[in-house]
Design a protein around this ligand. Structure first.
Ligand code: ZN
Length: 81
C-alpha cells in the first residue's frame, strides 16, 4: 500500500489531475483508510483553490495568508459530514 510520505509527495500532481489512473486509485484507497492524509489532501485542495496560479515559491505574505486560511477551515473540516 501507498505510504503517507509517498502520498504527500504526489499530492500536488493528484490534485492537478496529472497522475496515472493506477496512482490515483492508490491514493484514493489510502485516503479511505488514513484520516491524516484525507485531511492533508482536503487542505491542499482548499489551498490550491485559494491560490490557483501560485505554483512557484510563495512570499512570506502568501505563506501567512495560507496559514490563516487553513486555520479558518481546520475546525469546520474536522466535523463529520
Ligand atoms: Zn496516510
Amino acid at each position: 500500500m501507498l505510504k503517507c510520505r509517498e502520498l504527500v509527495g504526489k499530492a500536488d500532481q493528484y490534485l492537478d489531475g496529472e497522475l496515472l489512473l493506477r496512482e490515483r486509485l492508490a491514493i484514493r484507497v489510502h485516503i479511505l483508510m488514513c484520516h491524516h492524509c484525507r485531511r492533508y489532501l482536503r487542505q491542499m485542495g482548499a489551498l490550491l483553490r485559494a491560490f490557483p496560479h501560485r505554483h512557484d515559491s510563495a512570499s512570506d505574505e502568501e505563506v501567512c495568508a495560507v496559514m490563516e486560511h487553513l486555520q479558518q477551515h481546520a475546525d469546520k473540516q474536522d466535523e463529520p459530514a
